[in-house]
Design a protein around this ligand. Structure first.
Ligand code: TXA
Ligand code: MG
Length: 307
């Protein structure tokens, strides 16, 4: 199985010592639970694909969804995504706070491919909670963080909610008492001067309807990334016209993980799909992946990519 199921979970009060410990774990590529003003998040270094894969391992999420990247301020957010005037205006108005903006990802952002699940857009948020702010500044890293609960359970607004489903699966929970907002951030996709409400939340953007931004009907998530080429799964050998993505004993043209490590494989999945898509071979084959732990999420994504 993966490496993330045997932790002694420490619950540490928010303070200087707790932040130092959390920042140390982030630097080591671990994920830690930390409060934001909305819900507790499970944070990892967004530039480290294996660290982000450990979020999925801890949550037991059966699929990869793009994650929100948390930043200390607008300036650091502008290093990761392209802001136009519409986006900058929203950011200035609502950050720090419970608003997430989906924007074009800068190619040189350094964000691991697993964070945006291969999309060319990225969800960014500058949170208002002092604990998350302190951790962002102490770690010096953009932090990817979904809600800190096991897959299929309710979002946590207190440290003991986190412990209820993630105890034993993560090393640290920073406890700063109950969150104030208690509802996940509003998500808006900015596309030129058009705004799309992807998830309703605490920030009511009715105001922005008056001030020029056009909000389209709520709903539709961005379509998931899929390679442009046909994809064949569970291949033990490849045809001459296939780019072969290997795993474990099957080397392929490039491997998700030569040692058969699912954390490493999850971290490399989207990068290798892009590599295969850009190669001169017209088709893609992928070696068999075990279906346990993170393997289920990898298989889910590959099946969707093959469909
Ligand atoms: O309040 C919050 O937003 C909390 C705290 C921890 O910050 N985080 C949170 O993350 O709710 P999560 O992973 O549960 O939700 C992220 C949402 C997902 O619905 C995902 O599909 C969407 O953001 N998302 C992320 N990147 C996207 C993208 N590039 N395009 C469209 N949707 C995106
Ligand atoms: Mg969630």
């Amino acid at each position: 199985m993966d490496t993330n199921t045997a932790f002694r979970t420490e619950i540490c009060p928010y303070g200087t010592a707790g932040i130092a410990k959390a920042a140390q774990l982030i630097a080591e590529g671990q994920c830690v639970a930390v409060p934001t003003e909305t819900v507790y998040g499970l944070a990892a270094d967004a530039t480290n694909g294996e660290a982000v894969a450990r979020i999925y391992a801890a949550k037991g999420r059966p699929s990869f969804n793009p994650l929100i990247v948390h930043l200390p301020d607008l300036e650091s957010a502008e290093r990761i995504a392209q802001f136009n005037d519409t986006a900058r205006d929203l950011a200035r108005r609502y950050w720090p706070g419970p608003l997430t903006l989906v924007l074009p990802l800068k190619p040189d952002s350094g964000i691991a491919g697993i964070v945006s699940a291969g999309l060319t857009t990225i969800a960014l948020r500058v949170p208002a909670h002092p604990a998350m702010q302190d951790l962002l500044r102490a770690s010096g890293k953009p932090l990817a963080a979904p809600s800190a609960n096991a897959s299929g359970t309710i979002s946590p607004t207190r440290a003991d909610h986190v412990a209820r489903t993630l105890s034993g699966r993560i090393p640290l929970i920073l406890d700063a008492g109950p969150t104030t907002v208690g509802l996940e951030s509003t998500i808006i996709a900015v596309d030129g001067d058009k705004l799309r409400l992807l998830r309703p939340g605490p920030v009511d953007l009715a105001l922005d309807l008056e001030t020029g931004g056009k909000i389209e009907a709520p709903g539709q998530m961005e379509s998931h990334y899929a390679p442009a080429k046909p994809l064949r799964l569970a291949a033990t050998t490849a045809e001459a016209d296939e780019f072969f993505i290997g795993f474990g004993a099957i080397a392929g043209d490039e491997s998700l993980s030569p040692s058969g490590d699912l954390v490493e494989a999850a971290a490399r999945l989207f990068d290798l799909l892009h590599t295969a898509d850009l190669s001169d071979k017209p088709r893609i084959a992928v070696a068999p992946i075990p279906q346990n732990g993170l393997g289920a999420a990898i298989a889910d994504r590959l099946h969707r990519a093959a469909a």
